[in-house]
Ligand binder design. Structure first.
Ligand code: AP5
Length: 217
């Protein structure tokens, strides 16, 4: 059973490695960022609240986010394992998650932090583009589509840049997340379940390192 948290600053490659983990282990992928973006697109009350924070690169309040995750973890597709991508992001969220996993009897098995230097992150985020039809993520520098202008996964031709990947917002996102990152890592290091991988390698090598950790259990 794999109940995994992926930690990493914006652009570290959490979403990219999650796709590969899901392919191999067939576990549920829970990205709070994706959940908020879906809620914003559907203009739900949570989406409308989240928008004011996300558009500025700030964090959505802990309780709102934790509630969303708890509801998601109640769904049966998480019974065979899950990846939490982008949650927790603060030690308060980590404490709330301890309560959630206890209540639902779904204990964490691994916490993996993906390390990438800030300069690399800024470059990566400004080069990220996403397929409008299927949500596949690419990068103009490191991971372009095989055929220019055509999505590898679905053949779509429309792509977009995330609002919060614009340079002025990226700066604040990194600042906000950097403050929270170190205490969060300490929190899981103290629990003895933290592993760290170098996220400045190719996506394939990052996955290989993550896979080595996951297949030990
Ligand atoms: P979220 O969507 O989670 O954004 P994030 O953490 O900022 O993470 P990203 O999706 O930007 O990065 P990633 O690590 O997944 O990188 P990716 O694989 O795409 O959250 C958005 C917002 O929602 C937050 O700012 C906040 O407001 C709110 N929110 C979410 N969760 C919350 C929470 N728990 N509490 C409060 N608020 C919350 O890769 C990035 C790029 O790099 C891509 O182009 C990719 O192709 C490329 N790339 C990936 N890996 C590599 C590699 N190894 N080498 C070269 N390029 C690579």
């Amino acid at each position: 059973m794999i109940n995994l948290i992926l930690l990493g600053l914006p652009g570290a490659g959490k979403g990219t490695v999650s796709e590969r983990i899901v392919d191999k282990y067939k576990i549920a992928h829970i990205s709070t960022g994706d959940m908020f973006r879906e809620a914003m697109a559907n203009k739900t009350p949570v989406g409308l609240e989240a928008k004011s924070y996300i558009d500025q690169g700030n964090l959505v309040p802990d309780e709102v986010t934790a509630k969303l995750v708890e509801e998601r973890l109640k769904q049966s597709d998480t019974d065979k394992g899950f990846i939490l991508d982008g949650f927790p992001r603060t030690t308060v969220q980590a404490e709330l998650l301890d309560g959630i996993t206890k209540r639902l009897d779904k204990p964490l098995t691994n916490v993996i932090a993906i390390d990438v230097d800030e300069d690399v992150l800024i470059k990566r985020l400004s080069a990220r583009y996403i397929c409008k039809d299927c949500g596949a993520t690419y990068n103009k520098i490191s991971n372009p589509t095989k055929v220019e202008g055509t999505c590898d996964r679905c053949g779509g031709h429309d792509f977009f840049q995330r609002e919060d990947d614009k340079p002025e917002v990226v700066k604040n996102r990194l600042e906000v997340n950097k403050k929270m990152n170190a205490p969060l890592r300490d929190y899981y290091e103290k629990k003895g379940i933290l592993s760290v991988v170098n996220g400045e390698q190719s996506p394939e090598q990052v996955f290989a390192d993550v896979d080595k950790i996951l297949s030990k259990d």
